[in-house]
Each structure stands twice: as C-alpha cells, then as structure tokens.
Write a protein that binds this ligand. Structure first.
Ligand SMILES: [Mg+2]
Length: 316
C-alpha cells in the first residue's frame, strides 16, 4: 500500500488511515530518532506504540545501537513508558553474539566497542578483550617497539560504537585482520547519531577507519542487512508483506524494509526528512530509489490522534 510514494499520512482521510492500519499486523520500529533521542522520549511515541499493541499489532524494537544489551534496552524502554518485553527487542550487540555462537566460534574476540557487546558475548560464553580506553603512549616508534602487544588466538574483530576509539585500537584490529581467517564483523554502519546541534560519530565512522587500514570489507550484522530479521521471518512470527518498518534513517531502516519486503514509514524526528526524500526521488541512482519510504510522518506521536479519529469510521 502506497509503495515507495512517501505519502504523508497526515494528508489521508480517516477511512484511508483505517485501511492503512489494517494493512499490517506487525510493527518493527527503530529506537534512536523514532522513540527517543539520547534517552529523552520523543513526545507521543510511547502512547502510539502502546496503542498499536493494544490494537493487536505485534511490536518489535530493532536498534543498531550496540552499546546496550537487550536487557538494558528493555529497562530503558519500560522507564520511558513502553509496554515491551525482552523477546520484542532486536539489537546488534545481541545479534553479533548470536552470529558467532551459531558458527560455533571458539576463539577470542577483539572488540572495538562498548560494554553492551562485551556483556552479550559473556552471555554466550565467548571470551573477548579490547573494551575500554587504550590510549597512545609515547611516539610512534616507542609505541611500536615497547607498547604494542598482540594477543594470540584472536579469531574475530568486532567493531561497534566506541567512545575510546584510538590509534592503538586501529593498529591492533588491522593487525589481527591481516590473518584472512580472522572474521571482520561490524555491528552496524550508521554514520552518526541523531543529535540536533552537533555531530556525534556513529559506529560506521569507526568501521570505515578499520576497513581502510585493514583493506577488508566487514560482515555487517545490523540494519539494512536482512539477516537481522531472518529469525522472525523463519519462525513465522511476522509476515513480511504485513509488517511495517518504522525508522528515521533511510539507508538503514527504510532500506532494511525494502530488503525484507516490509511496508515502510519514515518519521522526520531523527536523521532524514522530506527534503532528503525529494532528492532521492529526483536522483538517477537506482540505489537512491530504494530509500524512498511508502509513507511519512513528522513524528511517530502524530499517528495516535489519526488512529483515534479513524475509529469513528467503523471498528478494527
Ligand atoms: Mg534511528
């Protein structure tokens, strides 16, 4: 319905809104930039999600943010008023650990990332190192000759969001990756965080730095890789054509929807907005066309009044 037209839902009649709401049973929503920004609720988002759940839609949170475990995301979601369970959370830290576990990985992991990844690896019994500060000591030559030590038995380098990203970490990661048998895994490639007044580098910035010096391409676990939703589809928990993907970033969220055959809703409360969509509509690059969502709203909270209004036009 409204396939890749970027139709503004605010322009639909109550009957059309009702028809659209009846076209999906499951909702997969991004978190940062859709539900909250830097820990602060985006107004109306929890009421809207909880209402969709009350209507019988199954709700999944799907975040590329690798700094938190599923349990920590659950606590945060509940604190902000969302009616969710741990089963309903898909996170890259968890998915990365599951990816390694499913391959019967039995070596150590060098992590450029945060505690969230470490805790999820711990939970599946995979040993790791690298999390936390690793600052440059001395000059390049003293660092190389006296301070640089490489561990043996590293079988994978995982790169996610790391606020302690440094020259020594780059050197170690690229050195481990010079062994072609060492896996190179990126939790996600989001370029930056949705912040209104400054630029906060996202995991993709670190991934690309390692990718450049390692001269290798990573396996990307998070959105837009459809693998992140394959379990839900395989276990028949969602039907792609009757699933709505909600996101604020087109090259991860909307592209994931495109890749999985979901319906898509772009909200303008984070990274991308209507101006970006207009550019993709006018672009000659076929890749840009994949970023155009089916429907659009300035923010998710705008949906609740439309749902309530549409209810006066028959039951659901
Ligand atoms: Mg987002």
């Amino acid at each position: 319905m409204y396939k890749q037209t970027c139709t503004n839902i605010l322009s639909l009649s109550p009957v059309e809104v009702k028809k659209w709401l009846n076209s999906f049973d499951s909702v997969i929503t991004d978190c940062d930039g859709v539900l909250w920004v830097y820990g602060n609720l985006i107004s109306g988002s929890s009421d809207t999600i909880n209402y969709l759940k009350k209507m019988g839609k199954s709700i999944y949170f799907c975040t590329n943010n690798s700094t938190k475990t599923r349990k920590e995301l659950l606590v945060k979601g509940i604190e902000l008023g969302f009616n969710i369970t741990e089963d309903g959370i898909i996170s890259t830290a968890h998915a990365t650990a599951a990816y390694l576990k499913n391959r019967n990985f039995n070596k150590r992991v060098y992590v450029i990332g945060s505690e969230g990844i470490g805790k999820e690896l711990d939970a599946v019994g995979i040993e790791h190192s690298g999390i936390g500060p690793d600052v440059m000591q001395g000059t390049l030559s003293t660092f190389m000759s006296q301070h640089l030590t490489l561990e043996s038995n590293i079988g994978a380098v995982v790169v996610g969001f790391d606020e302690h990203f440094s020259f020594p970490k780059m050197t170690k990661a690229a050195s481990y990756l010079s062994d072609p048998n060492c896996l190179f895994i990126a939790t996600n490639t989001d370029e930056r965080f949705p912040m209104p007044e400054m630029v906060v580098p996202g995991s993709g910035s670190f991934v690309n730095a390692i990718r450049t010096c390692a001269e290798r391409k990573p396996t990307v676990i998070g959105k837009p890789n459809p693998a992140i939703c394959q379990t839900l589809i395989k276990q028949n928990k969602i039907k792609p054509a009757r699933t709505l993907m909600i996101g604020d970033r087109a090259n991860t969220d909307i592209l994931l929807g495109y890749n999985c055959g979901f319906q898509t809703l772009l909200v303008g409360s984070g990274i991308h907005n209507m101006t970006d969509v207009d550019q993709w509509k006018n672009s000659k690059d076929p890749e840009d066309k994949k970023l155009i969502p089916d429907v659009y709203l300035p923010k998710l909270g705008d949906l609740l009044p439309l749902i309530l209004n549409s209810m006066t036009h028959g039951s659901y």
